[in-house]
Design a protein around this ligand. Structure first.
Ligand SMILES: Nc1ncnc2c1ncn2[C@@H]1O[C@H](COP(=O)(O)OP(=O)(O)OP(=O)(O)O)[C@@H](O)[C@H]1O
Ligand SMILES: [Mg+2]
Length: 258
């Protein structure tokens, strides 16, 4: 029986989808069977970020409405053998979206996959609550700015109210220069503020944006420090005591060509 993990945030645009995809890739490379579900209804991203948008025929809604069986809607990644995607609905009226249907889909996926990663919509609307209700664990993604932290703190309160026991934090876009200049808050201060376990961090790196735009996620290449971040996160998710990587300054040519 696999684990369903909701990847969520308070504020939008902090990197949930990027975390979902790259963590999924690294877990798949480790040999786990991984299925990503795009629960960002109507605002789907994962198919584009994986370069699978032209292959989508059926989606989550078709499965929930019984238009097609689950195995027909799931897409296999082009590069990672163990990675699959259940795409989001192209359009959906949230009033017709039933949490119990999502629960059925997630439960079925957990029979065949080691990890089911749910990319949840930002904020605390129904899509978020439905995803949380299906999840065994939550990964909360935040940046190190005040608004992102405030919204993350609010979400922790809601998750606790929903009796979620396992909530761990990923700080995305960590930029040591911004911390030194006082633009971002310090990691220790963020951890004291939120009071939840740090699963890991991911450095701020423009190659992530470039890779996302190309539909070729950054973790497909193993020589980057962003990859090292995700590799450490994947190990810690599996209970290993992996150290988090230290920031390495990019060399001149790396800065030029990413
Ligand atoms: N570590 C990173 N370094 C640099 N840019 C990043 C990093 N992670 C994500 N980004 C960029 O930040 C933007 C938002 O990322 P992403 O779409 O993953 O966020 P999201 O939380 O899923 O957004 P939404 O709430 O809209 O679904 C994208 O342009 C992405 O390429
Ligand atoms: Mg997203």
């Amino acid at each position: 029986m696999g684990r369903a993990i909701a990847i969520t945030s308070g504020k939008g645009g902090v990197g949930k989808s990027s975390v979902c995809i790259n963590l999924g890739i690294v877990l798949a490379q480790m040999g786990y069977q991984v299925c990503l579900i795009d629960v960002d209804l109507g605002l789907k991203n994962l198919d584009v970020m994986l370069g699978l948008e032209n292959r989508v025929i059926y989606d989550l809604r078709d499965v929930m409405e019984g238009v097609c069986p689950l195995n027909k809607a799931i897409l296999k990644d082009k590069r990672e053998n163990n990675l699959y995607l259940l795409p989001a609905c192209k359009s959906v009226n949230i009033h017709y979206f039933k949490g119990s249907d999502l629960q059925l889909v997630v439960n079925e996926l957990k029979q065949s996959f080691d990890f089911v990663l749910l990319d949840t919509p930002a904020g605390i609307e129904s899509g978020f609550l439905y995803s949380i209700a299906c999840a065994d664990d939550v990964i909360l993604v935040s940046n190190l700015d005040i608004t992102s932290m405030q919204d993350a703190d609010r979400v922790i309160g809601i998750l606790m109210k929903e009796q979620m026991q396992s909530i761990r934090l990923i700080i995305n876009r960590l930029n040591p220069h911004f911390i030194d200049k006082g633009i971002s808050i310090r990691l220790e201060d963020a951890l004291n503020w939120l009071g939840i376990e740090l699963l890991g961090y991911v450095f701020d790196d423009e190659s992530v944006i470039r890779s996302n735009n190309r539909g070729a996620p950054i973790s497909l290449a193993k020589h980057t420090q962003v990859y090292d971040c995700f590799a450490a996160i994947a190990k810690r998710l599996n209970g290993e005591n992996a150290a988090l990587p230290k920031y390495r300054e990019k060399r001149f040519l790396q800065k030029l060509f990413g």
